[in-house]
Structure formats: structure tokens, C-alpha cells
Design a protein around this ligand. Structure first.
Ligand SMILES: Cc1cc2nc3c(=O)[nH]c(=O)nc-3n(C[C@H](O)[C@H](O)[C@H](O)COP(=O)(O)OP(=O)(O)OC[C@H]3O[C@@H](n4cnc5c(N)ncnc54)[C@H](O)[C@@H]3O)c2cc1C
Length: 431
């Protein structure tokens, strides 16, 4: 048994690779938006991603659906960098969404059609309407994010893994990264943890909750003979912007026998092996049972497990279900709910702040919300909007010695609005 066995590592010197204004750890949808927003606001920014491409779950997890940019009643609630990414992907032929004139429409044929794209979700009894949601090609998303990051002047570094937070009292000096080159430190005035799993927050000693989940593993198949007929026959896939290619959101009907802790390598290994085996079984079943798929081929299985939740910050404010449809003076974005109509959450800036560290912010699916609010706030558009806010706040914090608590939230909100965020939703009811 090695459970209680520990070693003491010898003291060592760690080279400093860079010193910057803002360090963003994790290049998923939140991290990219944080880095781009901070750089556009004039900060010097380093963005570090452990893998070799951007987008996180949105690309590597094949979660190729932006759910949702609206309130379910026909009103757009998320704009800013998320909208910019949509515009860029559309221009590159890699995105599809209902036109604005159809948002909120409940015509059965339209609703049925967008269900087929995975752009409408929710229970069978709901009064479904057309949402502003976007199906995209993950490779076009990757390229779009590359372009946005590079054009904004962000110093992007792939293949380094954020390992240890360098904490001194109530400040984080930077992060030590592990890579094939060895351990390297990056020092920063403000650090943004956008690692999805809150790796840096945990290492810095910040309070968090850990949720165990059933992992998903989405995959894509091509060469489907007649997509519409296959859907009529009950095939559980979504249409994509690529003709003949369908997206299979595996992990609901069939799933592995237990929930996992997505921060535990042994659990992850079990899940990777089991999910992959089961996905291959599912590919065989689809070929055997759906005539239109008899000659279909597997395009790719997501390179990242679909992890909905792991660590969530317990920060300055915990957004809960009781805060649904409530405005806040320090709201930095408003997000709809992908399975509910007319249900929105305004996300306070305090959900990004830790209780322990002055110059550290959280962005993306790890922010300080409860399990139920997380259902909405984890969605990619919300992660992008939160990331944009974190980056903008980090740049403003540089004028306050990096202290993210000292940021003037009115100024933050006005900067976000000027950049295209849609923060006016609760203007009349804001508490
Ligand atoms: C099965 C499933 C279905 C979903 N369906 C939808 C949907 O249809 N529509 C929707 O909008 N949302 C959906 N979501 C939610 C959404 O995909 C995620 O919540 C969102 O993409 C998270 O973005 P993020 O940037 O916070 O984290 P991530 O996308 O996880 O990005 C984190 C990034 O950080 C990197 N990283 C991690 N640790 C480190 C480290 N220590 N050092 C350096 N880099 C690191 C990762 O490689 C990754 O690139 C779904 C999620 C799942 C799991």
C-alpha cells in the first residue's frame, strides 16, 4: 500500500520563462476569451494550454454546439467575443444557426428541424421554441480561436501543464508549469484560472467543491446515406454543417457503471478506456441497425472526455438557482438556460473572485455557482462571456496593483458593454 507513503522533494531552482501582466491558464473557450479581452484592453498576456490546440471541450470534446445565446424568448443575451467567434466561423462556412427572425418561433416544423441540429433541447412537455444556438465545425472553431488570439497579441504557449500556484500570503506570484523542457515559472500581476478543473485555484489553496460525474464521449460519423431518413428512423444524432457528417452525443442512454472524479488520473484512465470501448460498440450497433448508416464510417472520437463538472470555486458569492431571473449591480454577463425558456442568470463578478487570493480570478465552468445554476453557466457561450469579463477585469486590476477586488464594477460593465456584451437585460429590475 502506498496510500500514506510520501517523499520530500529536494529544494530546487526553477527558471522563470516569462513575466507578464496577465497569465491565463487553459486555452478553452473561457481562457481564450479571457486572454483576448485582456490583450485588447492593453495588457501584456501569456496564455498557456496543456494540449496543442485551443477550444478545450468545445473542440477537443467535440461539443460543437453553442447553447444558447438567447433567453428562450427570442432575445439575444450573449454578444461580445462569443458573437464575434460566431461571425468569423460563419464567414468561414463553419457555423449554422437559425436566423434572428426565427428566434422564439414555435412553428412545429421549424422546432422539429432545429431539434435535428441539436439546437433545441428540453423535456417533451415543454412548449418548445426556436433558440439562438449555433452548430459549428470544431476545426473551424480551432482556427477562429487561433486567429483571434494571435491577432490580439497574446503570447500563446502550448504543451505546458500548470502544476503549482506560487502563493505568497494572499497573493499569487505566478504558476509553475511542467513540460518536456522541465519545470518553468511564469510570473504575473494577475492570474486567471481557466483550466476547467480549477487546477490553479486548488493548488493556491482556494475553497472549492468537487462534483463526481458520468463522463461523456461525443463522436462524429460520416458517409450517412440519408441523414433525414436515419433521423426519421430514430437515430440519435445531430446534423452538422458538414454534409453527410453527424454528431453523436454519446453518454446518455449508455454510460459507464459509475461516476468519476475528473481530477483523479486513475478514474480518468478507467473512463477513457471504458467510454472508448463502448463508443466502438455503439458505432457497430448503428451500422447494424440503421440501414442509412450501414456504410457510415467513424470520423473521430473526441480527444477529451466530456466532463460536465469537477471542481467548482466557492468564491465571494455562490450563484444558486434561487438567483434565476435576478439582476445584480456587478453582473458581468447574462446567460440563458439551454433547456428552459425565459430562465436567465445574471452572473455577478464576485462569482469569479476567490475568498483567499487578491489577484486571482476564475473563468469558465469552474466559477462559483451551485450544481443547479452550473447547468446553465457551464455552457460554452456563458464560459466565453465570463472569460471575456475576467480578462477585461484583469486588465483593469493592473491599475490597482493587480487586486481584482478593487476593480470598479461600473467601469468593468461599461467596458464590457462597449465591447459588445449585452448587459442591459436587467436594467429595470436590477437589485
Ligand atoms: C458532455 C457535455 C455536453 C455539453 N454540451 C454542451 C452544449 O451542447 N453546448 C454548450 O454550449 N455547452 C455544452 N457543454 C458545456 C461546455 O462544453 C463546457 O462547460 C465548456 O466548454 C467549458 O469551457 P471552459 O473553457 O471552462 O473549460 P474547458 O473547455 O475544459 O477548457 C479548459 C482548457 O484548459 C486546459 N487545461 C486544463 N488543465 C490545464 C492545466 N493544468 N494547465 C494548462 N492547461 C490546462 C484544457 O486542456 C482545456 O483546453 C457540455 C459539456 C459536456 C461535458
Amino acid at each position: 500500500m502506498t496510500r500514506d507513503l510520501k517523499i520530500v522533494e529536494p529544494e530546487r531552482e526553477t527558471p522563470v520563462l516569462a513575466q507578464t501582466d496577465v497569465l491565463v491558464v487553459g486555452g478553452g473557450s473561457a481562457g481564450v476569451c479571457a486572454a483576448v479581452a485582456a490583450a485588447r484592453a492593453g495588457a501584456e498576456v501569456v496564455l498557456v494550454e496543456r494540449y496543442g490546440s485551443l477550444g478545450g471541450l468545445a473542440t477537443g470534446g467535440l461539443i460543437a454546439l453553442l447553447l444558447t445565446l438567447d433567453d428562450g424568448q427570442g432575445n439575444q443575451v450573449i454578444g461580445g467575443l462569443c458573437q464575434e467567434a460566431v461571425d468569423r466561423m460563419k464567414a468561414a462556412g463553419g457555423a449554422f444557426h437559425p436566423p434572428p427572425g426565427e428566434w422564439g418561433d414555435d412553428t412545429p416544423e421549424r422546432v422539429r428541424e432545429y431539434f435535428r441540429w441539436g439546437l433545441i433541447w428540453g423535456g417533451a412537455r415543454a412548449h418548445h421554441r426556436v433558440r439562438y444556438a449555433v452548430a459549428f465545425d470544431p476545426e473551424v472553431m480551432r482556427q477562429t480561436l487561433n486567429e483571434m488570439v494571435l491577432a490580439s497579441g497574446v503570447d500563446l504557449i502550448f504543451h505546458m501543464w500548470g502544476a503549482d500556484a506560487l502563493v505568497e500570503g494572499d497573493r499569487i506570484r505566478g504558476v509553475v508549469f511542467q513540460s518536456k523542457a522541465g519545470r518553468r515559472a511564469i510570473l504575473a500581476d494577475v492570474v486567471i484560472d481557466a483550466s476547467g478543473d480549477a487546477d490553479i485555484l486548488a493548488s493556491a489553496g482556494c475553497a472549492f467543491e468537487l462534483e463526481r460525474v458520468h463522463p461523456w464521449l461525443w463522436f462524429r460519423m460520416g458517409g450517412v446515406r440519408d441523414v433525414e431518413r436515419a433521423l426519421d428512423a430514430g437515430a440519435g444524432f445531430f446534423k452538422t454543417p458538414n454534409p453527410g457528417v453527424v454528431l453523436l452525443p454519446w453518454g446518455s442512454a449508455a454510460r459507464i457503471d459509475r461516476k468519476i472524479d475528473a481530477t483523479d488520473p486513475r478514474d480518468l484512465t478507467y473512463a477513457e478506456l471504458e467510454c472508448r470501448r463502448m463508443v466502438m460498440d455503439e458505432v457497430r450497433r448503428l451500422r447494424d441497425e440503421i440501414p442509412e448508416m450501414s456504410e457510415a464510417h467513424l470520423c473521430n472520437i473526441a480527444s477529451q472526455l466530456g466532463i460536465t463538472e469537477s471542481r467548482r470555486l466557492r468564491g465571494e458569492f455562490v450563484l444558486g438557482r434561487e438567483h434565476m431571473n435576478q439582476g445584480f449591480d456587478d453582473a458581468i454577463c447574462v446567460t440563458g438556460h439551454w433547456t428552459k425558456y425565459g430562465a436567465v442568470y445574471a452572473i455577478p463578478y464576485r462569482c469569479l473572485q476567490t475568498r483567499e487570493i487578491d489577484n486571482l480570478l476564475a473563468a469558465g465552468r469552474m466559477i462559483s455557482v451551485d450544481h443547479r445554476a452550473h447547468h446553465a453557466t457551464k455552457e460554452i457561450p456563458a464560459c466565453m462571456a465570463v472569460g471575456e469579463a475576467a480578462g477585461t477585469a484583469a486588465a483593469l486590476a493592473l491599475e490597482c496593483g493587480g487586486d481584482v477586488r478593487k476593480v470598479d464594477t461600473r467601469l468593468l460593465r461599461s467596458r464590457l458593454n462597449a465591447a459588445g456584451a449585452l448587459l442591459g437585460y436587467f436594467d429595470e429590475t436590477r437589485a
